[in-house]
Design a protein around this ligand. Structure first.
Ligand code: ADP
Ligand code: MG
Length: 290
């Protein structure tokens, strides 16, 4: 492609809120045949809210929420925010915590009044020998909720079901990508059940669930090893290495600066149809040039 054609195309893209860093990215976009979306904050709005509280072993909902929110107050995870907000809405007074600890992509833990409170993926607590009620977890996850389990002194104290709204543009964007002959995948740290529920709703072809933050890059590389030219769309700090690994990294402009720096393309409006516009522009520009 001539430099002029590339300038015109990137200029036109910028007008519709798609920032493309240079001609290389534009040319690679055309080659892409698999678009991988991160779930939380990308396919969803990333403003999760607490929908259901299931208390176990004699805790009542307010006690459970008080303990969980006290610990999550120290976390910056979007799920943590949902839990703390719910406690605030209920006017719960949160005790102070000691020995706060983060297990990235798994959960958090701390001591509250000497008791060990853990909030994490249900599967992670189950691996520690904590009897998490699996059927209940599966039912909540089957509704598309992200389910976290709370344990106090290694005994289950409850489940928290958290919902995050799917972006209204997601379904039509994925349909358009399919019409353009591309395959669509999703990578998430969430459970298989919650991930599949969302994927089914959106018509996503491939799902990689339970992916730890540090394994997202390997998941992208595995698609590349299958022969795909991959575009990855993400928003979080966790997504930055995967955006760099992808043939084209596409960052949500609403996301973290780290993701924006790692990407080749930035979407200035949180509308996933902008991804489709970027593909159209790359195909069209390079077609005119040949
Ligand atoms: P995603 O890829 O969807 O952004 P993460 O990799 O950040 O998700 O987290 C994966 C899972 O780890 C969450 O679905 C949750 O079960 C658990 N988790 C992570 N951080 C926390 C936290 N602060 N509180 C409770 N659970 C957490
Ligand atoms: Mg995310």
């Amino acid at each position: 492609a001539t430099p002029t054609a590339i300038l015109v195309a990137t200029g036109r893209a910028a007008q519709i809120g798609v920032l493309i860093k240079g001609g290389d990215a534009l040319e690679r976009l055309r080659q892409v045949d698999l678009i991988v979306f991160d779930k939380t904050g990308t396919l969803t709005e990333g403003r999760p809210r607490l929908e259901r509280v299931v208390s176990l072993n004699g805790y009542d909902a307010d006690q459970l929420l008080t303990l969980a929110a006290a610990v999550e107050q120290r976390s910056e995870h979007p799920l943590a925010r949902a839990i703390v907000e719910a406690a605030e809405t209920r006017g719960l007074k949160l005790p102070s915590v000691q020995d706060f600890e983060v297990l990235t992509g798994l959960g958090v833990a701390a001591r509250v009044d000497g008791r060990l409170v853990q909030i994490a993926r249900p599967a992670f607590l189950a691996e520690q020998g904590i009897p998490v009620p699996e059927e209940m977890v599966a039912r909540l996850a089957g509704e598309g909720h992200t389910v976290v389990a709370v344990a106090v002194d290694h005994r289950p104290a409850g489940l928290l079901a958290i919902a995050d709204t799917i972006r209204p543009s997601a379904e039509s964007a994925i349909r358009a990508l399919h019409r353009m002959g591309r395959r669509v995948a999703m990578i998430t740290g969430d459970s298989e059940t919650a991930a599949r529920t969302v994927a089914r709703r959106l018509g996503i072809d491939e799902v990689r669930a339970n992916v730890l933050p540090q394994d997202k890059t390997a998941a992208v590389a595995a698609f590349q090893a299958e022969g795909y030219v991959v575009a990855m769309v993400g928003d979080g700090i966790n997504d930055a290495p995967a955006l760099a690994q992808a043939d084209v990294g596409i960052a949500m402009g609403t996301g973290t600066d780290v993701a924006i720096e790692a990407g080749d393309v930035t979407l200035m409006r949180p509308d996933l149809r902008a991804v489709v516009d970027a593909f159209r522009l790359s195909t069209r520009t390079l077609r005119t040039i040949k």
